[in-house]
Design a protein around this ligand. Structure first.
Ligand code: PBG
Length: 321
């Protein structure tokens, strides 16, 4: 076995998987203001930026060859209400950000989450009525949220809410609004995970959630077959791409999804995964550059077509060397 491993040229020749900048999606956080950059405490190296700086970062991403960014708003606490009304305001932060980026960098793909957590004073992805996240009333708002984001110029709508039946409803809503080219990337297998903690800091949904969890709609980490049922439903309802989330701890799910359905399969290397690697690197306990590339290669090996990762710009730079 060691003969092929002996030289760099033969290692390159027999390598089975390739990681390329074409596989990367960069999640970014946007805040109100001008010239604002706030580092996310639990994600060193990741910042929330105002729209003017986001446009610069989007340009940087496109120059690096990154195909798409995913834009997440950090909404002012005063705009968070129990009916999450700001989610359907066509002039909300995320819509203004999308319009600005699309205008400045038209060839960069823009992905937007569809879920109510940035806007909901409960911190939940759906409407809370009598202490329960209700399904169908949430889906109605998600359809409106999808339309305003798509009209702002978002190319890919990514429902991350885990309500039942939302893909079908959103597809119909987009089509009736004349938005047929807009793609749907479904967070199909999204688990109720502890690894989202730093993200909730970044968008300010953690304090709103008040220690609660999302177990009545996100999946139980103990389950695998259920992920396949979720993916089958979302595909039947019209999803163009499927996402598994979190990433590294869930690569078995990626593999089963890819083998069962052979559809575009993405995974999200989430905030907690980033934070773990970054904390170890800052302590000098692991080599950041090598760990980033190895972790992303693991996604490819498991069967991912693309990866959402906060390391995207750094990974792109490392890959171009
Ligand atoms: C919200 C959403 C979450 C993430 C993406 N969209 C958090 C959650 O479900 O609480 C997590 C991303 C990350 O941790 O990097 N619907």
């Amino acid at each position: 076995m060691r003969r092929n491993r002996r030289d760099d040229w033969s290692r390159r020749l027999v390598s089975e998987h390739r990681l390329s900048v074409d596989d990367l999606i960069w999640p970014v956080f946007v805040v109100e203001g001008n010239g604002v950059r706030q580092e996310v405490a639990s994600m060193p190296g990741v910042s929330r930026v105002s729209i003017d700086l986001l446009v610069d970062e989007a340009r940087r991403a496109a120059d690096l060859g990154i195909p798409a960014i995913a834009v997440f708003p950090s909404v002012e606490p005063s705009l968070k209400t129990p009916d999450a009304a700001e989610a359907v305001n066509p002039n909300n932060l995320v819509c203004r950000a999308v319009r600005a980026v699309k205008k400045a960098v038209p060839n960069l793909g823009i992905i937007c989450d569809v879920a109510l957590d940035p806007y909901n004073s409960d911190g939940h992805d759906g409407l809370v009525i009598d202490n329960y996240v209700v399904n169908d009333a949430t889906v109605e708002i998600l359809c409106r949220q999808s339309i305003i984001q798509a009209e702002a110029g978002c190319d890919v709508i990514a429902p991350s809410d885990m309500m039942d039946g939302r893909i079908k409803a959103i597809r119909q809503a987009l089509d009736s609004a004349g938005l047929e080219p807009v793609r749907i990337l479904s967070y199909a297998a999204k688990y109720a995970s502890a690894f989202y903690g730093p993200f909730r800091d970044a968008v300010g949904s953690k304090s709103a959630l008040k220690g609660g969890d999302k177990k009545t709609y996100q999946m139980d980490p103990a389950n695998t077959d259920e992920a396949l049922r979720e993916v089958a439903l979302d595909l039947a309802e019209g999803a163009d791409m499927i996402m598994v989330k979190p990433g590294l701890p869930y690569l078995d799910i990626v593999r089963r999804v890819k083998e069962s359905f052979a559809v575009p399969t993405l995974a999200y290397q989430v905030s907690g995964e980033y934070a773990m690697m970054k904390a170890a690197a800052l302590n000098g306990w692991l080599d950041w550059d090598k760990a980033v590339l190895e972790s992303l290669m693991a996604f490819k090996r498991a069967g991912c077509d693309a990866i959402l990762t906060y390391t995207a710009p750094e990974a792109a730079r490392l890959l171009s060397r």
